[in-house]
Write a protein that binds this ligand. Structure first.
Ligand code: PHE
Length: 448
């Protein structure tokens, strides 16, 4: 190891960073739109159950594995294995996760770049620079490359600073800002005409949908993506955690914050769509389903901002600021996965390694931008639909089968002396061994 390992300076620092990783476009964009297109509150209900019954145990597997080994994901998984074959398997899973984390970052950068361009647009509008504003809000290769590059640069600048001065400091600054922006926007939107209709759709369940297999699969995928599971981000953050903190408690806080912000974001996005409809925007696609893709963010919502008169550019600024912040606290956690491995294996300084790896990943983003139609959906499906559940199963197997029960107990006891008396310890070890892999597999099967 060339430099001493970083560590979060406090519990709150970890919570900000891990919740920052979890809360991203998946919460603010993905969750509300999935809810709207999967039977409204029925989806919220299933999602809540799955987040705590399936994603939380899987999150605990990652945090425990990471803190136990105190290493990057590849070495971490190899370290808990005893036999040569399982060590090899551990390394393979670690590499698979590292590649998937990098690929998620590559497409995430493209989308976050759009958010950044739309963040600058209202500023141009206020300054009367109509032409620039027009360019910022029209799709072009140059715009996507410049703003994707800018976002990648921000991500690298934070990660180059390391765990405490980079990840923790920036997550602790950005997460409170995110919550304030979200609250202000909700208050504003709920006061507009049309908002109630959106609230009704969002909050009243269509209970006939609860047992729909497609809804369950979608809710599981959403929960895994939203809690940043499978790809090693939570393992890495766990590896920077002090032995004085209780893992089950921290994991529960992070899950609750993630679910809470996703739910709260729905109170903004869905009513906002109906307010926009009130001002003439089309919010349903041809088949009758509510718009969910880029059209929602870049066409429906701008109708709303335009209808607000002088307040419009400020509300747009707050909204795209919110999206950019949410993206940034997530993208740094993805970049940390390959960077942590490089830092622990190479003599080169962390900033150099960060810019090399970040540069390579941005090169992949550039290829995606240049071949958007062919590549974007492919990369999203490969990473989030197939790889994240497969990796989730693998990590549960590592925590449940490969890591011995007494080691598991010893690790969980650190920071939680009486863990043996808790309900958590009575249920979780068995749960992560049998139920989690089986349930993930079952849902995965359904989706094929
Ligand atoms: N959880 C993030 C979101 O909701 C995405 C993410 C996935 C982050 C995987 C890290 C790793 O947007």
């Amino acid at each position: 190891m060339s430099t001493p390992r970083g560590q979060f300076s406090s519990k709150t620092g970890f919570i900000m960073a891990a919740a920052g990783s979890a809360v991203g476009l998946g919460n603010i964009w993905g969750f509300p739109t999935q809810t709207a297109s999967n039977g409204g509150a029925a989806f919220v209900l299933v999602y809540l159950i799955l987040a705590f019954a399936l994603a939380y145990p899987a999150l605990m597997a990652e945090l425990t594995l990471g803190r136990h080994s105190r290493a990057n994901t590849i070495d971490s998984l190899a370290a808990v294995a005893h036999r040569a074959s399982t060590k090899f398997f551990g390394r393979a899973v670690g590499w698979y996760g590292l590649i998937v984390a990098s690929l998620i970052l590559s497409f995430y950068t493209v989308v976050a770049g759009w958010m950044l361009a739309y963040l600058f647009a209202p500023i141009c509008q206020m300054l009367g620079m109509a032409e620039l504003q027009q360019w910022l809000t029209s799709q072009s290769l140059a715009r996507d490359l410049i703003f994707g590059g800018l976002f990648a640069g921000l991500t690298m600048a934070i990660i180059a600073g390391g765990v405490e001065a980079g990840i923790e400091r920036w997550s602790s600054r950005l997460m409170p800002a995110l919550i304030i922006l979200l609250m202000l926007l909700i208050i504003y939107v709920l006061m507009q005409e049309g908002a109630n209709e959106g609230l009704k759709l969002y909050l009243l369940p269509d209970l006939s949908q609860v047992t729909n297999p497609q809804l369950i699969v979608n809710a599981m995928g959403q929960a895994f993506f939203s809690l940043s599971l499978g790809v090693g981000t939570m393992m890495i953050y766990g590896s920077y955690l002090s032995k004085d903190d209780s893992l089950p408690r921290l994991g529960a806080i992070v899950t609750t914050v993630d679910v809470g912000i996703a739910f709260t974001a729905g109170l903004l996005i869905i009513p906002a769509m109906f307010v926009a409809q009130h001002h003439g925007a089309t919010i349903y696609a041809e088949g009758g389903s509510l718009l969910a893709g880029p059209d929602l963010i870049f066409q429906v919502l701008p109708v709303l901002f335009d209808s607000m008169g002088a307040a419009g550019p400020f509300v747009a600024l707050a909204f795209f600021g919110l999206m950019t912040i949410a993206s940034l606290t997530s993208s740094i956690s993805m970049l940390e996965v390959p960077v942590a491995r490089a830092v622990e294996r190479s003599e080169l300084p962390r900033p150099t390694l960060t810019f090399i790896i970040g540069g390579i990943i941005f090169a992949i983003s550039a290829v995606i931008i240049a071949n958007f139609g062919q590549l974007f959906g492919l990369v999203v499906d490969f990473t989030t639909k197939y790889s994240q559940p497969i990796l989730g199963i693998m990590l549960c197997i590592f925590a449940g089968w490969v890591m011995h029960r007494d080691r598991l107990l010893r690790e969980l006891k650190e920071g939680h002396e009486d863990i043996e008396q808790t309900l958590f310890w009575k249920i979780w070890p068995i749960y992560v061994r049998f139920f989690c892999p089986a349930l993930i597999l079952l849902s995965f099967w359904q989706s094929l």
